[in-house]
Design a protein around this ligand. Structure first.
Ligand SMILES: Cc1ncc(CO)c(N)n1
Length: 231
C-alpha cells in the first residue's frame, strides 16, 4: 500500500498541539508584566531564585543527554548546552541576584517550591529512565517557549531597554538563545524520524507535560507559591 509521501516533522505536529498552552503563557500577567514593565519586583525576585534552582537541575538533563548520546557530535552539542546554561544563562540570574542583594550561596541554598520540584523531578525522571528522544522531548519546551516569549516581548517598543526587565528580554530573544532552542528542535526531529506512532504518542505526552509545567511555573511565580503554611 502506498502512503502519502509528505512527512510532517514531529516538531510541527507538536507546534500545533502546544498552541492553546502557549497562548496562555503569552497572556499570563507575569509575562505581560515583564513586557510592559509593570511586574511587581518582589514577584520577579521570587521567580529568579526558583528559576536558578530550576536551571541547576535542567543543566543535569543536558549532562544526561551527553551520557545517552550515541555519537561524538551530539555529545559535543550537549556539552555546549550544559556550558551555555551554567555559564551564560545562569550568569543573568547571578547578576539579578546581586541587584536584589542575594548572594550566590543563598541562591543555591534556597528551597524549591512544590512546582519547581515537580517540574525538575519530572524532567529528571523522564531523562534518566527514558530514551534519548524522551529526554529531548522533556527539555525542549523550556528553551522553545522562552525563545518565543523573548522574541514577542522584544517586539514591544522600549521593553528591552527597561531598567530591570530589559536584560531578561535581551537574553531570551538573543541569537545565542535562539540557536540553542533551534538545535533542540532539530535534534528532536532527527531522533523521531523513524519512530512508530506508539513511541511518538509517548513523546508527545512528555512534551505536553513539560509545556504545561512551563505555564504552571509562571503561575507559581506570580503567586509566589511555596508549600502550604510557608511564606
Ligand atoms: C522554568 C524555565 N523554563 C525555561 C527556561 C529557559 O531556559 C528557564 N530559564 N526557566
Amino acid at each position: 500500500m502506498k502512503t502519502s509521501g509528505i512527512k510532517v516533522k514531529f516538531s510541527e505536529r507538536l507546534y500545533e498541539k502546544l498552541q492553546p498552552i502557549w497562548r496562555e503563557n503569552h497572556n499570563h500577567p507575569f509575562v505581560r508584566g515583564i513586557g510592559d514593565g509593570t511586574l511587581d519586583q518582589q514577584k520577579f525576585r521570587f521567580y529568579m531564585i526558583q528559576d536558578y534552582l530550576y536551571l541547576i537541575d535542567y543543566s543535569k538533563v543536558f549532562a544526561l543527554g551527553a551520557v545517552k548520546a550515541n555519537d561524538v557530535e551530539t555529545m559535543g552539542k550537549f556539552a555546549s548546552l550544559l556550558n551555555e546554561t551554567l555559564n551564560f544563562e545562569m550568569s543573568l540570574h547571578r547578576q539579578y541576584a546581586a541587584r536584589f542583594g542575594i548572594s550566590e550561596e543563598e541562591l543555591e541554598q534556597a528551597k524549591p517550591s512544590p512546582i519547581t520540584l515537580a517540574y525538575t523531578h519530572y524532567m529528571l525522571h523522564a531523562s534518566q529512565n527514558g530514551t534519548l528522544a524522551e529526554l529531548i522531548a522533556a527539555l525542549l519546551p523550556c528553551a522553545w517557549s522562552y525563545w518565543e516569549i523573548g522574541k514577542e516581548l522584544n517586539e514591544i517598543p522600549g521593553a528591552s531597554e527597561h531598567g530591570l526587565y530589559g536584560d531578561w528580554i535581551k537574553m531570551y530573544s538573543s541569537k545565542e538563545f535562539g540557536e540553542l532552542a533551534t538545535w533542540c528542535i532539530d535534534l528532536l526531529d532527527e531522533h523521531t524520524a523513524e519512530k512508530s506512532e506508539r513511541e511518538l504518542a509517548k513523546l508527545e505526552e512528555i512534551f505536553l507535560n513539560t509545556t504545561r509545567y512551563e505555564y504552571m511555573f509562571w503561575e507559581m511565580a506570580y503567586n509566589e507559591q511555596m508549600w502550604p503554611g510557608e511564606a
